[in-house]
Design a protein around this ligand. Structure first.
Ligand code: XMP
Length: 519
């Protein structure tokens, strides 16, 4: 793989995605990684990410300098570029001039390996206070900006490269070309990683992991679990039984879509468990978001365990050898990284399929999507022949409507939210906006009431929040500018058709600082 060393900002994931967009497989490793650990992974190339620190700050993440001596091509970006310069004997100085945002750069190395084929004057996206003031001996300076004499450097001989700007950000006009030059030209990587390889590789891996054992998969109705289960089904056929837990936190019609559409398109064996009461009981009296997430995660696993036990008993009765040892989960790469797995970044939310797992769980996990981003999962799903209604579906969190009711979850509140959500989704689809929005959580502020008037009477009802967002991977997002007439229609219908709701409000916050879900 290409290893992306994470120096602690959000950039590492973006870099990993862009590398994959160049059809080269990439993985993120924490900045504490040692040269020995890197050697063990036998990477084809290394990218050092940007980060929030100054290389001279106390406690600034440092770079194991031996990484630069491994003979593996390295590209340093922003902080990674400075860390590299410092480690190689160059100079990094606080110029007192911050460059932030769109910045003009003059490229002198227009026939270099790294910046070849690029215009001499270009706009890049910068975010830094320190700057490299002197390149290390033997390095050629390839670009500069007004406040940065050394904005890019290279040693073709040592295959070490660096840029001060962020090529992974779309605002850097020729950013992707920098990455592609590094990967294809400097490191000589062919760019042959695609969904067909992913499927082939995962099928092989799944077969090795599962052997002749039995496996169950939880279907949530969402894209991830559907694709994960389809992959496992391709690998081990009817050793797989899919379990769909109706936890009562589903959207309208979701159960029917899984029981009918998905089964028809894949041929998987499906068991539906009605656990609506169990979940409501477990959630009674709880309004803290993290606690809700943990409870939902725990009940999920317990439900699977019970379903698995039933399968074992049933199978024992028929063929004698039927241990159900494995559980499939549609965990994605951002879940792994956001839950603090692998990068040392802060735990922002306990995603129910990672951080919320109980310690006494008895299944071994099969997570064939653990290294993939959402758009890559969709591509795999399409390659597997899953229908567009499933593959193109907007993301829906595992804890479902449970984390879209701010306050305690009750049957009555779920019914209100389900009705409002169905209206919003129907109107957004009718307006042809599904492709423009990444997802549109509909949130019930169950503990908030406001005064309204309807007919001749005073009402005292709850607000519903619409949270339409546009995003590439849910790591960052912006609120979607929906047409006013669509918003008006949704608002009208919800306040007229859903009891106890007398107000509809629009969430106009990007991520960060807001997350996509309210809890
Ligand atoms: P946030 O709210 O963290 O959400 O900005 C990012 C994306 O993740 C989804 N999400 C979850 N998905 N289990 C999941 O499977 C969870 O616990 C969970 N929490 C949030 C959210 O819908 C958005 O797409």
């Amino acid at each position: 793989p290409v290893l992306v060393v994470d120096f602690g900002a959000q950039y590492a994931q973006l870099i990993a995605r862009r590398v994959r967009e160049a059809n080269v497989y990439s993985e993120i490793v924490p900045h504490s990684v040692t040269a020995a650990e890197i050697r063990e992974k036998n990477p084809a190339a290394i990218v050092l990410s940007g980060g929030p620190s100054s290389v001279y700050e106390d406690g600034a993440p440092s770079l194991d300098g031996e990484i630069l001596d491994l003979g593996v091509p390295v590209l340093g970006i922003c902080y990674g570029f400075q860390a590299m310069a410092k480690s190689l004997g160059g100079e990094v100085a606080n110029t007192g001039l911050r460059e932030y945002g769109a910045t003009a750069v003059t490229v002198s190395g227009t026939d270099s390996v790294l910046l070849g084929g690029q215009p001499a004057a270009q706009t890049t996206w910068m975010s830094h206070g320190d700057a490299v003031s002197k390149a290390p001996a033997g390095f050629e300076v390839l670009a500069s900006s007004e406040s940065t004499p050394v904005a890019a450097f290279a040693s073709d001989e040592r295959k070490l490269y660096g840029v001060q700007w962020h090529p992974e950000v779309k605002h850097s006009a020729f950013g992707q070309a920098v990455l592609e030059n590094f990967l294809h030209r400097a490191a000589g990587l062919p760019g042959d990683w695609n969904s067909a390889n992913v499927i082939e590789e995962q099928v092989e891996r799944i077969r090795t992991q599962i052997g002749s054992s039995r496996v169950i998969a939880g279907l949530s109705g969402g894209v991830d679990s559907a694709v994960a289960a389809a992959l496992v089904h391709k690998a081990v056929g009817d050793q797989l039984t899919c379990v769909f837990v109706d936890h009562g936190l589903l959207r309208a019609d979701e159960r029917k879509q899984v029981e009918e559409d998905y089964v028809a398109s894949t041929g998987v064996r499906l068991v539906t468990v009605d656990a609506r009461e169990q979940f409501l009981d477990a959630l009674a009296g709880v309004s803290d978001p993290e606690q809700k997430r943990k409870i939902i995660g725990r009940e999920f696993i317990r439900t699977f365990e019970a379903a698995a036990e039933a399968l074992v008993l049933e199978a024992r009765a028929s063929d004698g050898d039927a241990e159900v040892k494995f559980l499939v989960q549609g965990t994605l790469y951002p879940d792994v990284v956001e839950s603090g797995g692998g990068s040392g970044t802060a735990n922002i939310k306990s995603h129910h399929n990672v951080g919320g797992l109980p310690d006494d769980m008895t299944f071994e996990l099969v997570e064939p999507l653990r290294t993939l981003f959402k758009d890559e999962v969709r591509a795999v799903g399409r390659e597997l022949g899953l229908p567009e209604v499933i593959v193109g579906r907007q993301p829906f969190p595992g804890p479902g409507l449970g984390i879209r009711i701010v306050g305690e979850v009750t049957a009555e509140r779920l019914e209100i939210l389900r009705a409002a959500d169905a209206i919003a989704r129907a109107e957004l689809t009718a307006a042809g906006l599904d492709d423009e929005i990444w997802q549109c959580p509909v949130v019930l502020l169950a503990d908030v009431r406001s005064v309204g008037v309807q007919g001749d009477g005073r009402t005292y009802g709850h607000p519903i929040v619409l949270r339409p967002v546009s995003s590439e991977d849910a790591m960052t997002a912006d609120w979607t500018r929906l047409p006013y007439d669509v918003l008006a229609k949704i608002s009208n219908r919800i306040t007229n058709e859903v009891r106890d709701v007398n107000r509809v409000v629009l969430d106009v916050t990007s991520k960060p600082p807001g997350t996509i879900e309210w809890e």
